[in-house]
Design a protein around this ligand. Structure first.
Ligand code: PDD
Length: 278
């Protein structure tokens, strides 16, 4: 497959990045993951806005304007427009001359992007849901930045997978914040609840869309903290992300969520979401 690297489109096995790139040596960079359905980049503008926010937060200049980003990503997606895809893009601070934690002001960011097919949604997911485990959030205090430095997320997700679960739900100071690579919703007495945005979670584009769709369809929702007890006592638990959409969690730490099946509000929102995607 073709990838984009520093202004060029080229076969992925010919793309080369320096070993002195700060992304390689420090994880010094940010990224985005954007789905494309039927060749169309889904919710592109909010993804590019979040990219710009991440870049500003870590003081890397944004190498492209929104129309330039759009042109690059559309060209990548156009290669396989027939299948649903997820576009990965990352911007690192660039290549340094010698290893130094502090960064010089004049580096040229390294820009990389690729597009890969998204697997067909598994019908068993909507039917049976997924298993999750809860884990202590071992990440830093700036989880709103979509940084490529993902070692804690990698270790958390791996621990979940080794426990036979699809995702880890993270707990910090008695509150459930989000998943290792997804945002969290619960349903209690018909009310949809998701934690408010802040430095301890990623402002998910799918999260915002679910809230927008809830508002549009008269589904009551609230942005508010979710305590560990509320998580465990919830009627429904959902996780959202750009690549997995909405996933109903039906087992948490070995205990059924609600009656152990995807709930009625999940089924309603899943239908609304699928319709919106078309
Ligand atoms: N992850 N929270 C975290 C920590 C994430 O890494 C992600 C997405 C989300 C969901 O955000 P969005 O709805 O904008 O995809 C929440 C991407 C998909 C990834 O790392 O592959």
């Amino acid at each position: 497959p073709t990838v984009f690297l520093n202004g060029e489109f080229l076969p992925h096995d010919q793309a080369r990045v320096s070993v002195m790139d700060r992304g390689f040596l420090f994880g010094d960079g940010v990224y985005e993951v954007i789905p494309a359905y039927g060749g169309h980049l889904f919710r592109l503008q909010p993804h590019l806005q979040r990219l710009d926010n991440s870049l500003q937060a870590v003081r890397i200049p944004n190498p492209y304007t929104e129309p330039q980003w759009q042109g690059i990503l559309e060209e990548l997606v156009g290669e396989n427009a027939g299948t649903d895809q997820s576009v990965y893009l990352q911007v690192t601070r660039g290549v340094m001359e010698r290893r130094d934690h502090a960064f010089p002001a004049d580096l040229k960011p390294t820009v990389f992007a690729m597009s890969n097919p998204i697997p067909e949604p598994d019908p068993a997911l909507a039917e049976h849901g997924i298993t999750a485990i809860s884990l202590d959030d071992i990440r830093w205090q700036s989880c709103h930045i979509k940084a490529i430095t993902l070692l804690p997320n990698v270790l958390l997700r791996q621990q979940a997978v080794e426990a036979g679960a699809a995702e880890a739900i993270l707990l910090r100071d008695g509150e459930a914040t989000e998943g290792a690579a997804s945002n969290l919703f619960i349903v209690r007495d018909g009310l949809l609840i998701t934690p408010p945005k802040g430095p301890l979670l990623l402002p998910g584009i799918t999260r915002d869309l679910v809230i927008e769709l809830a508002a549009r369809h008269g589904i009551p929702y609230r942005e508010g903290a979710i305590s560990e007890a509320e998580l465990r006592g919830a009627d429904e638990v959902w996780l959202t992300s750009s690549t997995k959409e909405i996933m109903p969690v039906t087992t948490l730490d070995g205990v059924p969520v609600g009656d152990g099946r995807p709930g009625p509000l999940y089924r309603q929102m899943h239908g609304i979401y699928r319709e919106y995607k078309q």
